[in-house]
Design a protein around this ligand. Structure first.
Ligand SMILES: Cc1cc2nc3c(=O)[nH]c(=O)nc-3n(C[C@H](O)[C@H](O)[C@H](O)COP(=O)(O)O)c2cc1C
Length: 203
């Protein structure tokens, strides 16, 4: 069974909604999600990093705070420096999602931070793979997939209401589709590596 770890922070619950949908997408692809929530900057990240290291792919998620990943997520990212030195995440697949209040809100910068984190670990980034909405801006609504038009990963938009109400259905489905995409890519990646080993080829 292929496993996909989803490591995320969510201060107020909106990004957590997207994390759950990524996990749902992984399950829909017939694979196993491992949801790992970062609770605080002061926690021991060891167990979380250990779980992620066992996974075939890691999806990173953080709300956009002040134009970048949340400070709590950044503390976690810094704590992965030990993994950097062992190379334990090298060649795993990676992907990411963020969420913020504004339609732009500098979410792109937060997604870039996630891609750089993955690149520093030598991971291979799986992008969103969804075209921007093929409708006019006026026609975009809560059910529109990839509503704000992101390529690197999921860029959710949440109003300042309960996470039960926002992010909207389109953003949730976009996150589910990312989970499915990463899980399918991870299956190809792991099965391909086994097949290559059997053929005596370097993988
Ligand atoms: C400290 C802080 C900084 C924020 N900075 C931004 C920002 O740069 N851009 C934006 O669009 N929203 C910003 N927001 C709004 C959050 O991104 C938004 O409320 C989001 O839904 C929170 O996600 P969470 O519930 O998972 O914590 C900020 C919120 C906080 C608390």
């Amino acid at each position: 069974m292929t496993t996909v770890a989803i490591i995320y922070h969510s201060g107020y619950g909106h990004t957590a909604v997207l994390a759950d949908k990524v996990a749902e997408g992984v399950r829909d692809a017939g694979q196993t999600p491992v949801l790992l929530k970062i609770e605080s900057a002061a926690q021991d990240f060891g167990p979380l990093i250990e779980e992620a290291t066992k996974a075939d792919a890691i999806v990173f998620g953080a709300p956009t705070y002040m134009g970048d990943v949340s400070g709590v997520f950044k503390v976690f990212a810094d704590a992965t420096a030990g993994v950097f030195f062992t190379g334990a995440w090298k060649d795993k697949l990676a992907a990411g999602f963020t969420n913020s209040h504004s339609f732009a809100g500098d979410k792109g910068h937060a997604l870039e931070s996630l891609t750089i984190l993955a690149a520093q670990h030598g991971m291979n980034w799986v992008n969103l793979g969804l075209a921007p909405p093929g409708v006019t801006a006026a026609e975009r609504g809560p059910d529109t997939l990839n509503r704000v038009g992101s390529f690197l990963g999921v860029a959710g938009q949440s109003d300042n209401v309960s996470p039960e109400l926002s992010p909207p259905a389109g953003d949730r489905e976009t996150a589910r589709l990312l989970g499915e995409r990463v899980a399918k890519a991870a299956v190809r990646w792991t099965v391909g590596a086994h097949a290559a080993a059997e053929l005596g080829k370097a993988a």
